[in-house]
Design a protein around this ligand. Structure first.
Ligand code: ZN
Length: 205
């Protein structure tokens, strides 16, 4: 049997395209992509259409907040527009980190989403992240505190160090949540008690 690009048996072109698209998702290899594609082939038209429409809706209705770069239906987002928030900015790697931090109920300021972390190995330099926008925002708004809630892994550490170096001369209080999170663990997977404790015990850099 000949194999196509996806590593599966040759199939009708639309199925091959679906497999290729699914295989580009994070954590989905060619085998899983094939399994998902054939699952969708067998599923009802309604279920498949609901998935397709959800994807289209996300791309058409969701944008990035012009202030914090969180995903939002309207910009500025609800958190940036909330006048009751205090004058701190918590810097995170991904939008999902905000969901995790909000669940702790320990933070009442606003956020800034970098959309990744500095990783020379993966070719991600500071210019690929929302760092210039963060520095401009900090200069403009002079927050009471900037919390660097990066992941506790190599890229997270590199990013926190880089940001601290940029902000230290600006006379801004820069802190990082205390350890106590799983090393190398993504913030979004930390449970809210651990995360809340780490946030409360944050230390100046
Ligand atoms: Zn925002």
């Amino acid at each position: 049997m000949s194999m196509n690009r996806s590593g599966g048996p040759v199939t009708a072109a639309p199925v091959g395209r679906l497999i290729d698209s699914l295989a580009r998702l994070p954590g989905i290899g060619p085998k899983t992509a094939s399994r998902l594609a054939y699952y969708l082939l067998r599923s009802s038209r309604d279920d498949a259409m609901a998935l397709a429409e959800a994807i289209i809706e996300v791309k058409e209705r969701i944008q990035l907040c012009s202030v914090c770069f969180n995903v939002t239906e309207q910009s500025p987002c609800a958190i940036c527009s909330d006048e009751s928030r205090d004058g701190a900015i918590c810097v995170v790697q991904e939008p999902l980190d905000i969901v995790a931090l909000e669940r702790t109920g320990q933070f009442h300021g606003r956020y800034h989403v970098l959309h990744g972390a500095i990783s020379p190995v993966e070719g991600v330099g500071p210019d690929k992240l929302r760092i210039r926008e963060l520095i401009e925002r900090v200069e403009r708004t002079r927050p009471d505190e900037v919390i660097l809630a990066m992941n506790l892994d190599l890229p997270g550490d590199a990013t926190a160090t880089y940001l601290h170096r940029l902000m230290a001369p600006m006379g801004i209080a820069v802190t990082r949540p205390a350890s106590g999170l799983p090393v190398g663990g993504d913030l979004e997977y930390a449970d809210e008690v651990t995360l809340g404790r780490a946030l409360k015990g944050r230390r100046p850099l």
